[in-house]
Design a protein around this ligand. Structure first.
Ligand code: UDX
Length: 438
């Protein structure tokens, strides 16, 4: 099929490359000439494992191309995806739909013959109706349907998630649009991937509800971790004990320093706004938004407590800055709260992140960036593991102890087993688990 993808952000670029890999002919369109030039030269605007090779292979095969020219990009396209950004609108927490509306307006004048316009961006309920109205108004003769096809991919595992999804959600009012999307995703039906077909508003809400539910799951286990600390229980064992119940499920029960990223913070806020406007407040979602913000700030006090009450005058080595591993994304990362919080208390920060230091340097000041974990630990008084990159999972704990003046290691991702730490000359602190020497 001929597919046009408007927006080469995370979702647009990964989806475009994967659709091309399914055998479709895909043109990715972006207004940012620098980004398109870089993509044409094989340089990726984001770090995502496997993406550069996937893009190169499909460009080479002639199925994937990049352009800034929207008219040329959507010529003959049977399906046009709108995958532009929907950032949080400054000041009020609503999703900013101006890029979606502008894309709809532009597409309206360019489509020829029956075309399915699909929103892939996470958009508030009713956005599909607005896109439909914009196109119908701008081009009354256009033959089109508007569908919603939300994306559930995770950064760092985006290609795998796209090619082996748990489900595909399609929201459309017309059978013709559903048939076009079925054809587009046909390669996945060989793996028996279920397709959930709904009306458009329901599909839009599924995306927000999925992200809000996962955020609540994380918020819940984080509170249980604090309770474990208070009563002397082990949160990893609680998570396993409840997660084996199929109604609960084992995933997303890892206690941590609070969720970040481009989706959970933004989408929980947008869902809350939509719900308040509809007069049906989602109080659980509101509670997790507050709890998550408090959690990030509380980590600063936890680190200070591990240091014996204060980090003033201490050199703190931070391992990991991105909101999760396998990405260079710093959006809403806990480090953005924790690092300035420690600095405000008088700590000096050294940091290492395998991919995120370029992005981090744009938003964190006064940090000494190091070229390896070991370099970061040298001369520090204590260390904090903030992101669970694989390369931090099997560090030599004796060597760490030898490098840190105070021998304090705070593991905010619980990546070390208590049995590994026991007997080491380290003052090891983690979340919701009894002390290693206890
Ligand atoms: C998420 C959703 O998983 C994905 O379906 C959606 O399309 C976009 O948002 P992503 O933001 O890439 O994906 O990352 P994810 O792996 O879900 O992690 C989000 C945040 O939650 C991270 O900060 C992570 O550290 C945190 N998290 C996740 C936990 O603290 N504990 C967990 O058990 C799981």
């Amino acid at each position: 099929m001929r597919v046009a993808m408007i927006g080469t952000g995370y979702v647009g670029l990964v989806s475009g490359a994967c659709f091309a890999d399914f055998g479709h002919e895909v043109t990715c369109i972006d207004k940012d000439a620098g980004k398109i030039e870089a993509l044409k030269a094989g340089r990726m605007p984001i770090y995502e494992p496997g993406l550069d090779a996937l893009v190169a292979a499909n460009v080479e095969a002639g199925r994937l191309s990049f352009t800034t020219d929207t008219a040329a990009g959507i010529r003959d396209a049977e399906i046009v995806f709108i995958a532009v950004g929907t950032p949080t609108r400054r000041g009020d927490g609503h999703a900013d739909l101006s890029y979606v509306h502008a894309a709809a307006e532009e597409v309206a004048g360019l489509i020829a013959g029956y075309t399915v316009i699909v929103t892939k961006s996470t958009v508030p309920v009713g956005t599909g109706d607005e896109v439909e109205a914009i196109i119908a108004r701008a081009n009354p003769r256009a033959q089109f349907d508007v569908a919603s096809n939300p994306e559930f991919l995770r950064e760092g595992a985006a290609i795998e998630d796209f090619k082996r999804p748990d489900r595909i959600v399609v929201g459309a009012q017309s059978q013709r649009a559903v048939a076009a999307l079925r054809e587009l995703y046909r390669p996945l039906f060989l793996n028996e991937t279920p397709m959930v077909v709904t009306d458009r508003r329901t599909a839009e809400l599924i995306k927000y509800a999925a992200n809000a539910f996962l955020a609540i799951k994380i918020g819940f286990i984080n509170e249980i971790a604090d309770l474990c600390d208070a009563v002397g229980a082990n949160v990893q064992q609680v998570a396993r004990g409840i997660g084996l119940d199929k109604r609960i499920g084992a995933k997303f029960l890892h206690a941590g320093p609070g969720y970040g990223g481009s989706c959970f913070p933004k989408d929980t806020l947008a869902l809350s706004k939509t719900a308040h406007r509809a007069g049906v407040p989602v109080t659980l979602v509101d509670a997790v938004i507050d709890a998550n913000a408090r959690r990030k700030a509380a980590m600063v006090d936890r680190i200070a407590a591990a240091a014996g009450g204060s980090v003033a005058g201490k050199v703190v080595a931070i391992l990991g800055l991105t909101f999760k591993p396998n990405t260079d994304d710093m959006r809403e990362a806990p480090s953005l709260v924790i690092v300035p919080g420690l600095q405000a208390m008088g700590a000096t920060i050294r940091a290492f992140d395998p991919q995120g230091m370029g992005e981090a340097a744009k938003c964190l000041t006064g940090v000494t960036y190091c070229d390896s974990a070991w370099h970061c630990l040298e001369g520090a008084d204590m260390a904090v593991i903030l992101t669970e990159w694989d390369q931090f999972r099997a560090l030599d704990l004796d060597r760490i102890a030898g490098l840190l003046k105070d021998r304090v290691l705070v593991d905010l991702r619980n990546i070390y087993a208590l049995s590994e730490v026991r007997g080491k000359p380290l003052d090891y602190h983690s979340l919701g688990r009894p002390p290693a020497d206890g």
